[in-house]
Ligand binder design. Structure first.
Ligand SMILES: [Zn+2]
Length: 110
């Protein structure tokens, strides 16, 4: 008889999609792969009318695309600083340029 090989643990995102709540609070990045987050992100986009809120504060209307690479849903107060990951009031739509600036990956874009 061949020895039984233990199945590898399910990947975390497969599990968190089902339950959404198993993940520890410290590992917030894994939340971004959950359907719960995608749904919430969509709600924020719609609420913000697909406009970058940082640009809007500067009086510029920048529309963002629906695809994940075309926009960012940003935590106004960073989760590691006590911000609530799931609170819509702590979330806003940013364009890629503003998000890059905020996360310190500064790029000079025309
Ligand atoms: Zn912007």
């Amino acid at each position: 008889m061949p020895r039984l090989i233990k199945k590898k643990r399910e990947r975390w995102w497969a599990r968190s999609q089902k339950t959404g709540r198993q993940a520890g609070r410290k590992e917030k990045s894994k939340f971004y792969h959950t359907s719960r987050w995608r749904k919430l992100a969509r709600q924020i986009l719609i609420r913000d009318n697909y406009l970058c809120q940082a640009c809007k504060r500067k009086g510029v209307l920048t529309a963002v695309g629906e695809k994940p690479r075309d926009h960012a849903i940003d935590h106004i107060q960073a989760v590691r600083q006590g911000g609530d990951f799931w609170d819509p009031h702590n979330l806003e739509t940013l364009c890629a340029g503003c998000h890059n600036r905020k996360s310190g990956k500064e790029r000079h874009q025309a």
